[in-house]
Every structure is written in C-alpha cells, then in structure tokens.
Design a protein around this ligand. Structure first.
Ligand code: FNR
Length: 362
C-alpha cells in the first residue's frame, strides 16, 4: 500500500487504475475493471464525456468557488458520491470499514452495497458522513422489507433500489479469470439468504443467468409497494429512458440515478451522459437526478451537472484508491476530482455549481 506521501504524487484517477492492477490479484482486478460483453458501453461512458466540449466565459470573478449542493435537505460540500460496489474486502483487508473512513476524509456520502463484506451496523458505527443503502429487490417481499428495515435502523438515510440487473450480464473477463470470492472474503448475509448463481441443471454446462439474491420478476408494482412504507428518500438506480424516469417519479420516488451499472450488465446501451439531457428535459426539476458511469475528471462532473444532474457517483475509481492506499487512497481520489472540478468552474467562468447550465457547454 502507498503511504500518504506517495499518494500525494498520484495525479489522476486513471493513474490509480494502473497502480491498482499491481496491488490486486488477477481475479480481483478483472472483477472490478471488467464490464459486460465487448465493453462498448463502458468505453462509451467515457467517450461521451470526452466528446462533450466545454464553453468557457472569461472575466468572471472566480476568486471563490462553491461546489456545495443539497440533497434531500442535507448539505454536501461537493457533488461526488461513492456508488454502491460489492465486496470491498477484495480490495482491502478492512473492506467497507476502510471505505467509510475514506468517505469521511473526502466528505462524501457512501451508498453501501447490498453485497458487502462488512455488516451495515459496522459500517454505520464508523461513518461520519451520510450513509445510503443500495437495495436489490428479492422475490420474497418479506425478505426485502427485513433488509430495508435493518439498514434504516442502522442509520442509512436513503434507499437506492437498483433495477437494472434482473439477470446477470455476460461479464466475460471475470468469468475467464475464474473469479470467485477468495477464502476469508464473505458476503454479509443481510437477511438469512443463501446466495450465488443458481446452476441450471437443464443446460449442458449448467450456465444460469439468474441470481438467487435478486428478483427477476420485480415490476413497478414492487416499487409502489416499497414506496408505500419506506419513509426515507427512495431513489431508483439504473434508469436510461425518460419514460422510466417519469414512471419512477409517478411512483413517488425522490430521485433517479441515471446509470448503466458502469457497463457491467448489458453491453451496447448508450452512455449515461448521452441519455441525461432527454431525462432532464422530461423531468424538468420534478425530481433529483444523479448520474454515474465513466466519471474520471472534474470536467466530467461539471458536464453532468451542466446537463441536469444534481450530483454524480463514482464506482471503480474509489475501489482503485482503496486497493492502492486504503482510506487515504479514497481520500486522494476524491481530492483530485474535487480540485479538478473547482479548476473547471474557475476556467469555465462558472464559480457556483448551481449555475452550471447547458450553455456552459459548446
Ligand atoms: C458495481 N456496481 C454496483 N451497482 C449496484 O447497484 N450494486 C452493486 O452491488 C454493484 N457492484 C459493483 C461492483 C463493482 C466492482 C463495480 C465496478 C460496480 C455499479 C456501480 O454502482 C456504478 O453504477 C458504476 O460503477 C459506475 O461506473 P464507474 O464509475 O465504475 O465507471
């Protein structure tokens, strides 16, 4: 692991990926870096940011910048959240406990994943920043309810229900690497569930597309049911179509996370930045929009916000930070992104983030 002095010399989020490769096993690296199919969508998430051009304006007083924003009544000093990602003990011996400490150092909200290797109570005990929980709907509503009640009791301030994984996607790199959780890295059993991929006995090689831990039959009715009793803010993660965003709002959800799961579920779907403007236009301030997928630069954060996102989430970069430098690695990742965002705001002539508009883009 790198010490704080060495971390200070790391300059970009992409540098963290290069470093992480030498800190992780081949299997763990393929698990985090890989995406579905030919990885077109994962590449496209980044390409969309690259081809979107900024439009600077000059001679604006940018001697102070304000990156703060408010989500569901809580003020955040910057608009970067840590997306839900599974199995942090693959990346660091202390797993999610190190992540929540990194979130504290970087003043970021962590969306704790359902597939974690640390209990939600242990995460909450160390958290000094808001903790949200990412939920997968289970086919048994009683199980889903038990999980949500437990996580809210632990102190989670919002629930993000991930809806874009009714089946597994073909994550070929991780399959080729023979990825399995190594000994000593275990998924915390939130609701007494036995997990894993159910082998299909009617296929010659037993390949199944379903997971016992996620419902493949969930519909909008399940979201309405969830909304009817979840009292904290409820967000839907994995929306790519304006009609679905509209439907989520009609169900009473408080927010929508425009996401393609970092390209890890289905390949060849559009980049999140490319679908964001249509969703922003349709929802026109009626909900809180977040975006993830391919955010690696402060310019990327700014572009997403200019196109209507209130905030963004990052996934892989903070896992690379965790692998390379533990909590301080995560803090460094967040510091790089925040400072790049502030520089962008100065150089574009938009010192207040809540004034970022499509007119800031060329
Ligand atoms: C994820 N992601 C994810 N999402 C989710 O809702 N539940 C989960 O358990 C996971 N697990 C997970 C593991 C790993 C290793 C990665 C890389 C990602 C998706 C994640 O929340 C987010 O949508 C993407 O990671 C965003 O894209 P970038 O920032 O990784 O490009």
């Amino acid at each position: 692991m790198l010490d704080q002095h060495e971390l200070a010399a790391v300059q970009t989020l992409d540098d963290f990926e290069v470093l992480a490769k030498s800190h992780l096993t081949y299997q763990a690296y393929e698990f985090v870096a890989g995406a579905a199919g030919d990885e077109c969508t994962a590449a496209e998430n980044r390409a969309a940011f690259r081809r979107t051009r900024l439009q600077p304006r000059v001679l604006v007083d940018v001697s102070r910048t304000d990156t703060s924003m408010t989500l569901f009544g809580r003020r955040h000093t910057h608009p970067i959240l840590l997306a839900p990602t599974g199995y942090h003990k693959l990346f660091h011996a202390e797993g999610e406990a190190a992540t929540v400490r990194g979130a504290k150092l970087g003043e970021a909200t962590l969306i704790a994943a359902a597939f974690a290797t640390t209990s939600i109570e242990d995460m909450a005990a160390q958290a000094r920043q808001p903790l949200w929980f990412q939920l997968y709907l289970h086919r048994d509503r009683g199980v889903t309810r038990g999980v949500v009640e437990r996580t809210i009791a632990a102190g989670c301030e919002a629930i993000c229900v991930t809806v874009d994984v009714p089946s597994n996607g073909p994550r070929d790199r991780e399959l080729r690497a023979g990825f399995v959780l190594p000994p000593g890295v275990e998924r915390v059993n939130l609701a007494g569930l036995e997990g894993g991929v159910a082998a299909s006995s009617d296929r010659p090689f037993g390949r199944s597309i379903y997971s016992a831990l996620r419902s493949a039959s969930a519909t909008w009715a399940d979201l309405e049911w969830l909304r009817s009793w979840v009292k904290v803010p409820l967000l839907v993660k994995g929306i790519l179509h304006p009609d679905d965003a509209e439907r989520a709002v009609a169900c009473g959800c408080d927010g929508v996370i425009v996401s393609n799961h970092g390209g890890r579920t289905i390949d060849t779907v559009p980049a999140t930045l490319d679908v964001l403007p249509r969703i922003t236009d349709r929802l026109a301030g009626r909900t809180t929009l977040l975006l993830d997928g391919g955010v690696r630069r402060g310019t990327d954060v700014f572009k997403a916000i200019a196109l209507g996102a209130a905030a963004v989430c990052i996934g892989r970069p903070y896992l690379y930070g965790l692998a390379v430098g533990g909590e301080f690695g995560i803090a460094r990742v967040l510091e790089i992104l925040r400072s790049e965002l502030e520089m962008t705001m100065c150089l574009v002539g938009c010192p207040e983030l809540n004034k970022a508009r499509p007119s800031c883009l060329a």
